[in-house]
Write a protein that binds this ligand. Structure first.
Ligand SMILES: [Zn+2]
Length: 91
């Protein structure tokens, strides 16, 4: 049973969002059917639950790496962040 992270009420509704865009350090990633929105009837708090954000960042970075366009500086920084690499390892 899920309860509200704010007030602890059990009067919460869970809904899986069909699509949800998140901004991972400048890279917009659309998550389809895997983000849960929990809304609380008692206090009105809405919480977004994103599964495995760390793995997701890596997946997004890998997917981006397969696109044969020159990476922007922002994207390179994102990929270093996602893959936990130093600049030297990355090069
Ligand atoms: Zn609540």
């Amino acid at each position: 049973m899920v309860n509200c992270g704010e007030c602890g009420s059990h009067k919460v509704k869970e809904a899986v969002l069909p699509a949800y865009d998140i901004d991972l350090r400048g890279i917009i990633v659309r998550l389809v059917d895997c983000v849960t929105q929990v809304s609380c009837d008692a206090c009105g708090e809405d919480t977004i639950e994103i599964p495995d954000l760390d793995g997701l960042s890596k997946t997004a970075a890998m997917a981006r790496a397969l696109v044969p366009f020159r990476l922007t500086g922002k994207e390179v920084r994102f990929m270093r962040f996602a893959l936990d690499m130093t600049g030297r390892e990355f090069a």
